[in-house]
Design a protein around this ligand. Structure first.
Ligand SMILES: Cc1cc2nc3c(=O)[nH]c(=O)nc-3n(C[C@H](O)[C@H](O)[C@H](O)COP(=O)(O)OP(=O)(O)OC[C@H]3O[C@@H](n4cnc5c(N)ncnc54)[C@H](O)[C@@H]3O)c2cc1C
Length: 599
């Protein structure tokens, strides 16, 4: 068995960050085991406008299925997660802002550790970034940035695209007319505003910069960094079965062969919010009842593994438009699409050079009237213990932890600082109806993403077979405030579609449809259509053990000597942003913590 200092499970967003930083020291050896393959050479990965096409959502996607969702008409939803070197950054939409500073501060507050607060985390956000400021064309198209909040010597290339859709600019002005301030920079910790989102792309040649592009490709020739692809980790190997657990390596599968690799110092779990708890449970760490039922012998009873799971869900309002240069034009006219793709390969311009999103992050005051908000918050406060207990799966410590999270969220709601919705303009159709089934026209869509859900669910193994998918239950919409916010998102999206100057190109609503003219009808429609936004967090949450946490503030799994978690699963509660910048920050912070622990 080959032995490395560190073994990283999962070569995704945070996993490659940790591996890359640790091997900056040439005396340190790291092995990364990744279930997928190196997909950097595929155009579906590197061309920004091909997001979601080709194999992006097939081979390169775990495509996890939820259990039937009781609040969504019993539907089974898909939670996408990238499978391949780079993880979810291979297939994500490349939108690269950050959440509000009060939410990061709340991680510190929950954990009684001021090192996990916005001010102290900002250096790690910056450390990950190699930011290219907007050029004159991009600035004229609305791109803005504040140098003080960016990094210029990191590894993830961040910048702006070469093409901007007309509808995005019209929408930003419409949002401003509804009271959204123009953002000086969507990464400044104060995202209640509207602006052009920075992207995780290499502005020099207009290509996606995944975690592999950032943290692996430039360092692939390091002899102290070994990356094994097509390797599915089945479990952590322990030296002991009583007392504090000591990991000595991991077992993994390549094709049908079982192999092992040794770790002389630490094992780092970076398999994602659904993948990491699965590996821990397969290794005998979790709720003993759940493990026994799945046929795994418990080694350490840590009953909150896989609990406290939360995800963002999104919905849409879309309208026909007389604007003709839309993403729909690519679908409606294959010859035009081929021309545009050729243009991208020729000089990196045209419709495929854009990862087309402008964002506006809504505050409670944009979504609710003062009296409506007061009533919703009062109701949530009155039912705090009820819901915390319901979501905790019978674990009293976690019930306290969820209650503490809800209290923080509701206090922020009252200060207009918990931002419940992302609004973003899609220059083309976005919604639940397949291309062939909808009118062959041009559209403007406003996505609204539920950003601060109070519902908590879980993900657990149901089998000892490492290749069997886990049962994922996000418990979408299990809290009334979540439902009210998402209904409010449709109404806000409609106001945006009607507001000038966007209103001038609006040729009538397609979905939800003007017949959905009451909150109750909107809600009923949404139950049948809302989809995961693939922002799952919290399943191995960083919280004190007395609040049902799984890792401490050094990211170490309670009850183990040398297993840490670095990925989105440690994020204790959903934050109001797309996640990748935050996950890179976690990877940078994890590497720093590990390096300091060794010195
Ligand atoms: C379709 C989609 C769109 C998104 N859009 C955006 C966006 O626009 N902007 C944004 O900021 N965020 C976006 N996100 C979210 C963001 O990309 C993720 O939250 C983030 O990348 C997760 O990082 P991670 O390190 O936790 O996990 P991942 O990056 O998913 O890495 C986990 C890795 O572990 C591997 N793995 C899992 N199990 C095993 C195992 N047993 N053995 C070996 N390897 C294993 C996986 O294959 C994967 O490579 C999107 C996500 C998706 C899926």
């Amino acid at each position: 068995t080959p032995v490395y200092d560190y073994v990283v499970v999962g070569g995704g967003t945070a996993g490659l960050t940790v591996a890359s930083r640790l091997t900056d020291n040439k005396d340190v050896t790291v092995a990364v085991l990744e279930a997928g393959f190196n997909a950097e050479g595929l155009q579906e990965v590197f061309v920004p406008g091909l997001i979601g096409s080709g194999i992006a959502f097939t081979t390169l996607d775990w495509s996890y299925k939820t259990v039937p969702q009781a609040n969504l008409n019993g539907r089974t939803l898909t939670v996408n997660a990238g499978k391949g070197l780079g993880g979810s950054t291979l297939i994500n939409s490349m939108i690269f802002p950050r959440a509000e500073k009060e939410q990061y501060d709340a991680w510190g507050q929950l954990n009684n550790d001021s090192s996990w607060t916005w001010t102290n985390l900002l250096p790690f956000f910056k450390k990950s970034e190699l930011f290219t400021p907007p050029n004159a064309h991009q600035t004229a198209a609305g791109a803005r940035f504040l140098p003080a909040v960016h990094g210029f010597a990191g590894r993830v290339k961040v910048g702006f695209p070469n093409f901007f859709f007309e509808q995005s600019a019209l929408w930003r002005r419409a949002a401003e007319s509804l009271g959204f301030p123009a953002s000086p920079d969507l990464s400044n910790g104060d995202p209640h505003a509207v602006g052009v989102a920075p992207n995780s792309l290499d502005a020099a040649n207009n290509t996606r910069c995944s975690a592999a592009c950032a943290y692996y490709t430039p360092f692939a020739d390091r002899t102290n960094l070994v990356v094994i692809t097509n390797a599915t980790v089945s479990r952590i190997l322990w030296a002991n079965s009583t007392g504090e657990l000591v990991a000595v390596g991991v077992e993994y599968l390549v094709n049908n062969e079982t192999l092992t690799v040794g770790a002389s110092k630490e094992v780092i779990l970076s398999a994602g919010t659904i993948g990491s708890p699965k590996v821990l449970e397969l290794s005998g760490v979790g709720n003993s009842t759940i493990l026994n039922a799945a046929g795994v012998s418990p080694v350490l009873d840590l009953p909150t593994v896989g609990e406290n799971f939360a995800d963002h869900v999104h919905s849409w309002a879309n309208a026909f438009t007389n604007v003709t240069l839309t993403k729909d034009a690519l679908l409606l006219n294959p010859a035009f699409a081929a021309e545009q793709l050729a243009l991208w390969f020729k000089n990196r311009t045209g419709l495929y050079s854009a990862a087309p999103r402008s964002l506006g992050i809504a505050a409670p005051s944009d979504v609710f009237s003062p009296s409506q908000l007061a009533a919703l918050v009062a109701q949530a406060e009155a039912n705090l213990t009820h819901f915390a207990t319901q979501f905790s799966n019978g674990n009293p410590a976690l019930a306290q932890g969820i209650a503490a999270q809800h209290k923080i969220a509701l206090d922020l709601y009252k200060r207009n600082k918990e931002l419940p919705l992302e609004m973003n303009a899609e220059p083309g159709y976005s919604g639940p109806t397949a291309f062939a089934a909808r009118p062959a026209r041009n559209y403007t869509a406003i996505n609204s993403v539920l950003y601060a859900p109070l519902a908590r669910g879980r993900t657990h193994i149901v089998s000892a077979d490492p290749l069997a998918p886990p049962a994922v239950d996000p418990a979408y919409w299990a809290h009334p405030l979540d439902v009210a916010a998402q209904v409010g998102g449709i109404k806000l999206a409609r106001r945006m579609l009607a507001a000038p100057p966007l209103g001038a190109v609006n040729q009538g609503e397609f979905e939800p449809g003007t017949d959905k003219d009451t909150d109750a009808k909107i809600e009923e429609w949404l139950r049948g259509v809302v989809a995961s936004d693939n922002h799952e967090v919290g399943s191995l949450s960083m919280m004190p053990q007395k609040l049902g946490g799984v890792v401490d503030t050094s990211l170490k799994v309670y009850g183990t000597r040398n297993v840490r978690v670095a990925d989105a699963s440690i994020i204790p509660f959903p934050v109001s942003a797309h996640l990748s910048s935050t996950v890179y920050m976690i990877g940078e912070r994890a590497a720093d913590i590990i390096q300091r622990a060794q010195n």
